[in-house]
Design a protein around this ligand. Structure first.
Ligand SMILES: Cc1cc2nc3c(=O)[nH]c(=O)nc-3n(C[C@H](O)[C@H](O)[C@H](O)COP(=O)(O)O)c2cc1C
Length: 169
């Protein structure tokens, strides 16, 4: 990619989030940097999820997902559990406790500031990824004074890497 384009794209700031979903048979979650509010009334959230991911398969069936903003000091091993392994052959919830939200999707409290529950209203095919747009149906606060983890902090302080499924490398 052209260096100016690459540098320009680097100026866009993001947070880091766990996105979870579940259907009758299975549950899973992944890390995304691409979660953002797209409307206020009713409140709607969009997440951009790689078509190859197991979570994509489950959100497509369940038509629901939860978004949990991560706290700044989230350990790399925790991010690795959700962001560097696929749930197709590994239980990401084996060592992570969770409850079940009103929409049936896992709610992870560990290292999360809050949880936003949604029901999928629209999907947009953007090529390698699908943009799932969900109406917010419930919310919980875990750490009211917590500092959110940004993508910049993840790269510059935690020295974290980004795997191929991410929208932004
Ligand atoms: C910092 C970071 C940012 C990521 N951002 C995204 C993203 O925005 N969208 C996405 O689909 N995957 C993203 N990923 C990659 C997924 O979390 C990763 O492919 C995950 O292993 C998929 O798991 P699954 O197959 O169990 O769903 C990101 C990973 C990391 C570590």
């Amino acid at each position: 990619m052209d260096a100016c384009i690459s540098q320009s794209l680097n100026e866009i700031s993001y947070g880091l989030y766990i996105v979870t979903s579940a259907d009758e048979a299975q549950k899973n979650g992944l890390i995304v940097n691409t979660a953002f509010q797209v409307s206020a009334d009713p409140a709607k959230i969009a997440v951009c999820v790689c078509k190859n991911s197991f979570t994509h398969e489950i959100i497509s069936k369940s038509r629901a997902f939860n978004v949990m903003p991560l706290e700044q000091e989230t350990p790399m091993v925790f991010i690795g559990n959700f962001g560097f392994r696929t749930g197709r052959n590994f239980d990401k919830f084996a060592k992570v406790s969770y409850t079940v939200g009103q929409n049936g999707c896992p709610v992870v409290q560990e290292h999360a500031l809050s949880c936003i529950e949604t029901r999928v209203e629209q999907t947009v095919d953007v090529g390698t990824h699908t943009l799932f747009i969900g109406t917010v149906t419930a919310g919980q606060i875990f750490k009211p004074q917590g500092i959110p983890l940004t993508y910049e902090y993840y790269h510059t302080v935690i020295k974290g890497k980004t795997p191929p499924g991410a929208t932004h490398l």
